[in-house]
Design a protein around this ligand. Structure first.
Ligand code: CMC
Length: 391
């Protein structure tokens, strides 16, 4: 009964009004609160972008200092949570650990779960942004059997994360400023992307009044899927499989073959039908990181040549398939030293900023209602129950 619009995958349904992020997929434009992503990635910092998404405007110097010290104050995890980690198997996927630990925050921070209080909402948002690097780094440390490192608040947000991930108590960890900048930029490029699957999940979970920690755990679960956050891992694996530039035509031919399910990973996007503006920044960043670390990984050569050949090919031109943000990010993250299983965890860390900003926007909206899609029923019509002995 009732008339509903059938829109599987919500490809033509706007689920909300939002003032955060604008995308024009045909032109390859991505703006946060009006600012082009290229300018933010090249000139600002992840903390500035976090402030911008949460508060609507870029901070002045004083506001940025205050925001940095607020986030810094919340970087430590409740000590009892370390015990929680020890309940996981050592070979647990970092996303499994992050899902569990992010959700468990609601059992620890009761003073920021009243969603009707704007101040509590902001404290919860700050806590989530601040604790996510600690949670991700601890997931990594646990998997490699090294001790957890406490945050060092004299470092930047990203520098602190690098140290907690790669540092050991026995040695002084020197943050490489080029790597720090590159990772900060990757965080900026992943901070928000309007109503993608995981953000829509956070909004839907939050629409029932669930606490923010539980909502972010739902977002992490959704991001875990290979069609969403897992694509950079798949792109890097593909580049390794191709191995040398001479083999590229063979893979391009496979991607074009209707009878072969193979796709060029890191190519194409639901919304961008032009160059993904985030991929441009990413490509430049690979060079900077490789030069600084003295890395000469042949996968970058393969990636550049593959992009060049694909963009000259009629199939990719006609279907408007361009490299997306994930085409180059895996190459950089692996050069920095992250194992592929951490790639999606880093995405979750960065996207937490978008999730909490979108969640706050939704809760503050007076028009906000519980998200409750309808359906087109395809099951049996009404029938009478038959006792089990008579079936
Ligand atoms: N390689 C070869 N052919 C492709 C590719 C590709 N990477 N992507 C799309 N096509 C073809 C596809 O076969 C189809 O052809 P036809 O019309 O002849 O059947 C046409 O292009 C349209 O594809 P679609 O799957 O209907 O398009 P979509 O908008 O539903 O899918 C996509 C977008 C990103 C899922 C898809 O392009 C893809 O699978 N790309 C590879 C995976 C990837 O890089 N994902 C990262 C997405 S960005 C990060 C994120 O959101 O988390």
């Amino acid at each position: 009964t009732g008339t509903f619009t059938y829109d599987p995958g919500f490809t033509s349904t706007a689920s909300c009004e939002s003032g955060l992020t604008y995308i024009d997929g045909d032109q390859g434009v991505l703006l946060h609160r009006g600012y082009p992503i290229g300018q933010l990635a090249e000139q600002s910092s992840f903390m500035e972008v976090a402030y911008l998404l949460l508060n609507g405007e870029l901070p002045n110097g004083q506001e940025l200092d205050k925001f940095n010290s607020t986030i810094t104050r919340h970087t430590m995890l409740h000590e009892q949570l370390a015990t929680f980690y020890r309940g996981f198997r050592r070979d647990a996927h970092p996303m499994a650990v992050m899902c569990g630990v992010a959700g468990a925050l609601s059992a620890f921070y009761h003073d920021s779960t009243d969603i009707t209080d704007p101040q509590q909402r902001m404290i919860a948002s700050h806590r989530l942004i601040a604790k996510m690097p600690t949670i991700a780094a601890m997931a990594y440390k646990y998997s490699v059997g090294q001790p957890f490192l406490y945050p060092d608040n004299s470092l930047s947000y990203t520098g602190n994360f690098l140290r907690m991930t790669f540092g050991v108590p026995a040695e002084q960890y020197e943050v490489n400023p080029v790597v720090e900048k590159a990772l900060d930029r990757i965080f900026i490029l992943h901070a928000d992307h309007e109503q993608n699957a995981s953000t829509s999940t956070v909004r839907l979970a939050g629409s029932s009044g669930a606490n923010p920690f539980a909502c972010i755990a739902a977002g992490i679960a959704c991001l875990w899927g290979p069609a969403h956050g897992g694509a950079n891992e798949a792109a890097l694996n593909m580049l390794h499989e191709i191995g040398r530039p001479e083999r590229i035509p063979e893979f391009i031919a496979r991607a074009k073959d209707k009878n072969d399910p193979f796709r060029l990973m890191g190519f194409g996007h639901r919304v961008y039908k032009n160059y993904d503006p985030r991929a441009t920044v990413m490509q430049k960043t690979v060079r900077e990181v490789f030069e600084s670390l003295g890395v000469n990984d042949p996968v970058f050569e393969v990636a550049l040549r593959l992009e060049e050949l694909a963009l000259k090919d009629d199939y990719f031109v006609e279907k408007k398939l361009f490299p997306n943000v994930d085409f180059y990010s895996g190459v950089i993250l692996s050069a920095i030293g992250f194992p592929t299983t951490m790639f999606t965890a880093l995405f979750a860390l960065a996207r937490t900023v978008g999730w909490v900003a979108q969640w706050n926007e939704m809760i503050s909206d007076p028009e906000q209602k519980i998200g409750r899609p309808r359906q087109l029923y395809t099951g049996p019509t009404q029938r009478d129950y038959v006792p089990v002995g008579q079936r």
